[in-house]
Design a protein around this ligand. Structure first.
Ligand code: NAD
Length: 513
């Protein structure tokens, strides 16, 4: 059985600065291990302030020309980028699976989801034309979207292709120069994405990659040329990055961790609920910010819970279930399960000693695990475990479920499984989360509906994709114009009349250039 193709020799990651790939001299390198096998698959440099400065200065130098490139021309480059990703999708998906531990099918789906954002970004050429209105006679107000300059994006390990693609296509299409800091755990996929931009003909400096860890992040955020920061990762880091960036007067949108609940109503369609709940908590081995890891089981739903346990016990590592990112995460998840048991949770399914796929015995495998009769004072009910673990809390009513949901620290997603429109509407209206699913266990909105949570799952206004992301990556400039002696002599100001020559106009052209 081959889960993914491994490289013949480890891949040596480099930074993308100016027009090419560079290895920062003297940098410390981290070794990258395959979560599937434990084998070494590459190494990644930890860039210091000099490399960060180099990338940002180059990006800053590229900004003026890219900003002045009409959006229709920028779109041509982004079209070619999209095509390059599609042409190489198997290789990109294989690499994303190889380094993150997910299955090839999951990695393939994440690349397609990332491309959806590229397609949204491409649509900006038709949507971000600004507006123009004659607000009183001869006085015109016009608004245009202006790029900010050099902006940065910092990404987590769990979606090596998709999460960076939430950010760079939109920022670049809007005319910014974007510097990506991939997760040091999964730097390989970004090397391929960088090549897709280079091969698309993106001018040097418009998209850069600086590899590194939190020290690199701090150097990026605090660099005086950096105007805006997009961050996706754990809540503690998101809070820190948000505070640091905004204290320096920069824009920031920082997405953090999650503890998403799923409400199971007694009238739920059993088939839909069982498959939706199992896929939600075990998909991507539970390592996604949209995983439903807390099941609020309302009333007498024992028969559905039994089917959830039976279905989850059929999910085999290596087939529909990927590996955990590293051994320390595997140990952390195991200890959370043991702690819940000690606190009185009933272990209905124990995935801690799964059968590893043949030939992959050295990997970080964990089977689906289900804890029942969990209470809200247990850590497994409230904290993000980030593994294929479902905690079931028994509740008496939908209202009780909603009260629990409202008190959760995080607010990415809430799902409800029901056949009642009234119950679905109640949950959708009362939920405190940013993304709601009705009979959908992973309610990631499709573009152009935007992605973003609430509470401790997001610091900053707006969402990371969709129209509200434009507020992160651009400014709205408002221009009010009035010409007393307009060439048409009627105080009317139109683009056409402006561009046609009057003597005054021609003279102006002389001294403007
Ligand atoms: P992480 O916070 O450890 O790392 C994310 C990025 O931040 C990495 O690039 C890392 O180098 C950097 N970083 C880490 N600590 C930092 C610090 N103190 N200061 C500055 N930078 C720092 O997260 P991870 O383990 O890679 O990813 C998993 C987490 O990301 C989970 O909590 C998951 O829920 C969250 N996540 C959230 C979303 C979302 O949309 N809300 C999406 C994906 C992942």
């Amino acid at each position: 059985m081959t889960l993914v193709e491994a490289p013949h020799t480890p891949i040596h990651c480099m930074n993308l600065v100016r027009a090419g790939w560079h290895s920062p001299p003297g940098a410390r390198h981290l070794t990258i291990h395959s979560p599937h096998t434990g084998d070494i698959i590459g190494d990644v440099p930890m860039s210091g302030p000099d490399e960060v400065n180099d990338a940002i200065v180059q990006a800053s130098g590229a900004f003026g020309k890219w900003r002045d490139t009409p959006i229709k021309e920028r779109a041509q480059v982004a079209f070619r980028f999209r095509q390059n990703v599609l042409t190489n999708i198997d290789k990109i998906a294989n690499t994303a699976a190889l380094e993150s531990g997910k299955t090839f099918a999951e990695a393939h789906a994440e690349v397609l989801k990332g491309l959806e954002v590229v397609e949204f970004a491409l649509s900006l050429q038709n949507m971000s034309q600004g507006s123009l209105l004659e607000v009183s006679r001869g006085v015109w107000c016009r608004s245009t979207r202006e790029p900010l300059g050099v902006v940065v994006g910092i990404a987590p390990f769990n979606f090596p292709a998709m999460v960076p693609m939430w950010m760079h296509p939109i920022a670049i299409m809007l005319g910014n120069c974007f510097v990506l800091k991939p997760s040091e755990k999964v730097p390989l996929t970004s090397q391929l994405i960088g090549d897709c931009w280079l091969d698309a003909g993106l001018p040097p400096g418009v998209f850069s990659i600086v590899n590194g860890d939190r020290t690199t992040v701090e150097a990026l955020i605090t660099h005086p040329f950096v105007q805006a920061v997009g961050f996706v990762g754990s809540t503690d880091a998101a809070r820190t990055v948000y505070a640091m960036a905004t204290s320096l007067g920069k824009r920031a949108l920082c997405l953090g961790g999650a503890k998403n609940c799923m409400i199971l109503a007694p009238d739920a369609d059993e088939r839909v609920a069982v498959s939706g709940i199992v896929a939600s908590f075990s998909g991507c081995a539970g390592q996604r910010c949209m995983a439903g890891s807390l099941l609020l089981a309302v009333g007498d739903v024992d028969h559905i819970v039994q089917r959830i346990v039976a279905r989850a016990s059929e999910v085999c590592p290596g087939e529909a279930l990927g590996a955990i990112i590293d051994t320390s995460s595997l140990n952390r998840i195991s200890s959370k399960i043991a702690e819940a048991q000690t606190q009185g949770a009933a272990l209905k399914l124990d995935g801690r000693t799964p059968q590893a796929p043949r030939g992959y015995e050295g990997g970080n495998w964990m089977g689906p695990t289900i804890l029942d009769h969990v209470t809200m004072d247990m850590s497994c009910a409230r904290s993000e475990i980030f593994g294929p673990v479902l905690s079931i809390v028994r509740v008496g009513s939908i209202s009780e479920a909603l009260q629990i949901e409202a008190q959760l620290e995080y607010g990415n997603a809430t799902s409800v499984f029901t056949t009642s429109g009234a119950v679905a509407d109640l949950v959708a209206q009362r939920s405190s989360s940013g993304m709601i699913g009705v009979n959908v266990g992973v309610p990631v909105p499709r573009e152009p509906f935007s992605f973003g949570g609430t509470k401790q799952s997001k610091f900053g206004a707006g969402d990371i994709t969709g129209m509200s992301s434009l507020e992160l990556w651009s400014s709205l400039k408002k221009i009010t114009s009035r010409f007393e002696s307009h060439p048409n002599g009627k105080n009317r100001h139109t683009a056409e009349s402006d561009s046609q020559g009057s003597d005054a106009h021609r003279k102006a052209a002389d001294w403007m250039s």
